[in-house]
Write a protein that binds this ligand. Structure first.
Ligand code: ADP
Length: 512
């Protein structure tokens, strides 16, 4: 024990404790450089090809470093590519153009309110300070946005951009093209990261991966059940960036953290959103932060699998310019513009899954006209959003007491006019005076779905992964959903792109 510094001693104790909790033997679990033979080497190894990994990759490769992004799935982009393409940018040009006054302080206070005060504010400060720079980075790399400023639930002011193709792929694809154009950039798909390799000083110096890996989403928790692929050791001369995303699809690990997240519960995430890489980070002493906070997104639909295509209707038309009712009573039950957690919790209270009873989100034609047309047309074609000439017809379809529904609409319209929601405190000034009155009416069934895991490894403002002593683990960086603390108990909608890209960029700028 003599030759161990305090840092290493505490670190190894933490590793040991973590290992015991995971039922593993500490010595056997942490792989050492002296025990492996490198098959390949790069300056930087990035684990994951979503927003965070791509931003880190471009920044590091532009510094002349030799970079590899490894991705376990057959396709790149993880959750980022199926993300809704909404990007919060406080103090943006688009806000200025639209006369919206925003500030760093207002952005942070909105996030902290939603996060129930659990947020690591120094990380939010970085997001506020770098937001415009991060947005410009995507534009320089080919991303395109609509000239449309969105208001997302929980934000005090409209501050959200929308990608031109209304999807996160509108950022992922140009970023990937940009990365691959760089001479010193490599992408390996179907390559699964398994473990970090340390040198004797405790520095992360490489990774063990499996090439020709085939993800099998029929397995309960693919990361720990699938043993396929060819083992290889990749040296990372300057360091490793962990950008492996969250674990909403990990049926074992998520339920361990939040017992409400039973395996039958649907998620918006891609099947590869599992916890294996995060657990490997714990094995080498990364400090876990707030792992149990899982966000359920309130504007999803039980009649679609996974992410679906109804969110824009629910969030941007119905919740903002209309309302949501409990079909059993015909009454509203929440502030439709509260943050995600408040709304999801309110929905859980009225949902009776066994009786197939879910809330109904509705609005009128003036509200629906505010949408990008395809956000209404496509879900109507697939039948998950329906159109009605009268509120009576709408009530009949969803088995809502019609008289109660009409009374609810009348009462709600009164609140729009008076500017005060006496029942749930919805900020009526954000409804732009739009009532639920002009036919046709549009409606869908609503449900919360597992969406984002707030917890993860602790990073500092330089995206360095910290150990239990609050000290950086040399050679180890992380960004994106795999990190914890930024969003506290609940992340505000449209802050994921900002978070993943910003800390990805910072990791790529600082590594080495
Ligand atoms: P973020 O939004 O934080 O960038 P994403 O979910 O978009 O996260 O991207 C993370 C990517 O990391 C996904 O494509 C996922 O398949 C990949 N990934 C997760 N675990 C591993 C692993 N063990 N090895 C390689 N890639 C991984």
């Amino acid at each position: 024990m003599k030759d161990l510094s305090r840092r290493n001693f505490v670190k190894m104790s933490a590793v040991g404790a973590g290992m015991m909790a995971l039922g593993m033997n500490a010595d056997a679990a942490v792989m050492k450089e002296k025990d492996v033979k490198w098959d390949e080497d790069f300056d930087v190894v990035i684990i994951g090809s979503g927003f965070a990994g791509l931003a880190a990759g471009i920044k590091a490769a532009k510094r002349g470093l030799n970079v590899v992004i490894i991705e376990k799935m057959g396709r790149i982009g993880g959750n980022s590519v199926v993300n809704g393409g909404i990007f919060a940018v406080p103090n943006s040009e688009l806000q200025k153009k639209n006369g919206v006054k925003d500030s760093k302080e207002l952005f942070i206070s909105d996030c902290v309110k939603a996060g129930l005060g659990l947020n690591h504010v120094e990380l939010l400060e970085v997001l506020a300070d770098r937001a415009v720079d991060t947005f410009n980075f995507t534009v320089e790399n080919g991303a395109k946005y609509l000239d449309k400023l969105l208001l997302e639930g929980g934000h005090s002011v409209p501050r959200t951009y929308y990608t031109a193709n209304t999807s996160g792929s509108g950022i992922v694809q140009p970023l990937m093209e940009s990365f691959q154009k760089l001479p010193n950039a490599t992408v390996k798909t179907r390559t699964k990261f398994d473990d970090f390799i340390l040198d004797d000083s405790g520095r992360v110096v490489g990774v063990q991966v499996r090439e020709n890996y085939r993800f099998d989403n029929k397995l309960f928790s693919d990361d720990r059940e699938n043993k396929g692929g060819d083992k290889k050791f990749i040296k990372a001369k300057k360091g490793v960036v962990l950008a492996s995303g969250g674990f909403c699809s990990d049926k074992f690990f998520r339920k361990l953290q939040d017992p409400r997240a039973v395996p039958e519960f649907d998620t918006t995430n891609h099947p590869g959103a599992t916890a294996g890489a995060l657990i490997s980070a714990f094995k080498v002493g990364a400090l876990p932060v707030q792992i149990g906070w899982i966000q359920y997104i309130p504007y999803k639909c039980p009649d679609e699998k996974g992410n679906g295509i109804t969110s824009k209707f629910a969030a941007q038309a119905s919740f903002r310019y209309g309302f949501s009712v409990d079909p059993k009573t015909g009454k509203r039950y929440m502030n439709e513009l509260a943050d995600r957690k408040i709304r999801a919790d309110a929905m859980f209270k009225i949902i009776d899954a066994k009786a197939n009873s879910y809330p109904i989100n509705l609005c009128d034609s003036v509200a629906a006209a505010k949408l990008v047309p395809s956000d209404l047309e496509n879900p109507m074609k697939s039948g998950v959003i329906k159109k009605f000439d009268t509120l009576d017809e709408l009530a009949k379809e969803y088995k809502i007491p019609a008289e109660e529904l009409k009374k609810t609409a009348e009462r709600y319209n009164g609140f729009v006019k008076s500017g005060v929601d006496e029942d749930f405190g919805k900020p009526m000034k954000l409804t732009d005076g739009i009532t639920v009155a002009t036919p046709p009416f549009y409606a869908m069934r609503g449900a919360p779905k597992l969406h984002h895991t707030m917890g993860g490894v602790k990073i500092n403002t330089k995206a360095q992964v910290l150990d239990i002593n609050d000290e950086p683990i040399p050679g180890f960086y992380a960004a994106g959903e795999v990190t914890g603390g930024t969003h506290g108990a609940s992340r505000l909608g449209s802050c994921a792109i900002l978070d993943c890209l910003t800390f990805g960029m910072i990791a790529g700028e600082n590594i080495g």
